[in-house]
Write a protein that binds this ligand. Structure first.
Ligand code: ATP
Ligand code: MG
Length: 261
């Protein structure tokens, strides 16, 4: 990326920031989205900036749920579009599912820009732009605007960097909600049916790969994966991982000597 030396120890983190700022310049991301990303970065630091077992387990269950769904929908907001648009388009394609632009700070202009980006990457069905005529019960306008063909009638919805209230409202409607959220303590993470505690830039490609792998398996096997999945265990696993990692680092010492080695 321009201006960021590859040798910088936080190279990838800086690249993602630049990608988000660029998306903000293009009217895809709102300033609040930049702040939300910062909150995520903090948790990424804590999990070691790598996909851990709890995320792998959740991704497997998510893939199974999406493949078993009657009406799966891939929800896309500004940050998701900025960081993972290509993967989300591939995922929708594999599932033969629509993408739905679903914005917390909704403007029609931004919805259209995101649709355009998704279409430029090959998306066929993009809902929630011209057709967001339905409402999620319990959410204020325009926060609750959804497509009657998409999120309103979906049985399984994939969301990323979602708001806790909206996740709760979707669960109240009886939907299976799969959330990608780096913070295992957010209301979204705790309200979702399946929580992938990982960075969206790693989680989406892994989900695409896993859907591809499980696509040919018999339904019984996918149902088995879902039956054996326990989101509480996965969330507890994420918390324990962080806590044990911090304990170990504290024990071993984290101070660095710039003159050593
Ligand atoms: P909630 O409303 O669910 O309680 P919150 O209010 O704490 O969450 P929001 O700003 O509403 O936080 O949502 C943003 C969420 O997205 C945060 O939980 C943050 O950890 C997560 N997040 C930010 N960046 C990423 C990323 N790149 N990948 C995955 N998750 C991210
Ligand atoms: Mg919130």
């Amino acid at each position: 990326s321009k201006g960021i030396p590859r040798s910088h120890p936080r190279y990838w983190s800086l690249v993602l920031r630049e990608q988000l700022v660029e998306a903000w310049r293009h009217g895809i991301v709102v300033p609040e989205g930049l702040i939300a990303h910062g909150r995520g970065e903090c948790f990424d630091y804590l999990i070691g900036e790598e996909t851990q077992w709890f995320a792998r387990e959740a991704v497997r269950a998510a893939a199974a749920a999406l493949l078993l769904a009657q009406h799966p929908v891939v929800s896309v907001n500004g940050n998701a579009a900025a960081l993972a648009a290509e993967g989300l388009v591939r995922l929708a394609e594999l599932l033969d599912a629509p993408l739905e632009v679903n914005l917390f700070y909704r403007t029609e202009e931004r919805a259209r820009r995101i649709e355009k980006l998704l279409r430029s990457l090959g998306a066929r069905r993009v809902l929630g732009v011209e057709d967001a005529t339905a409402r999620i019960p319990g959410l204020p306008h325009p926060r609750g605007k959804v497509s009657p063909e998409g999120i309103l009638r979906a049985d399984v919805v994939l969301v990323a960097l979602e708001d806790g209230d909206r996740t709760e409202a979707l669960r109240r409607m009886g939907k299976t909600v799969i959330a990608i959220d780096l913070n295992p303590l957010s209301r979204t993470a705790r309200m979702a049916s399946i929580t992938i505690v990982d960075n969206i830039v790693r989680a989406v490609p892994l989900l695409v790969e896993t859907v591809r792998e499980l696509k040919t398996r018999p339904r019984g096997e996918l149902e088995e994966i879902l039956r054996n999945y326990d989101n509480d265990r996965v969330l507890a696993g994420a918390l324990r991982f962080i806590s044990e990692r911090l304990e170990r680092l504290a024990r071993e010492g984290v101070a660095m000597d710039p003159l050593a080695a």
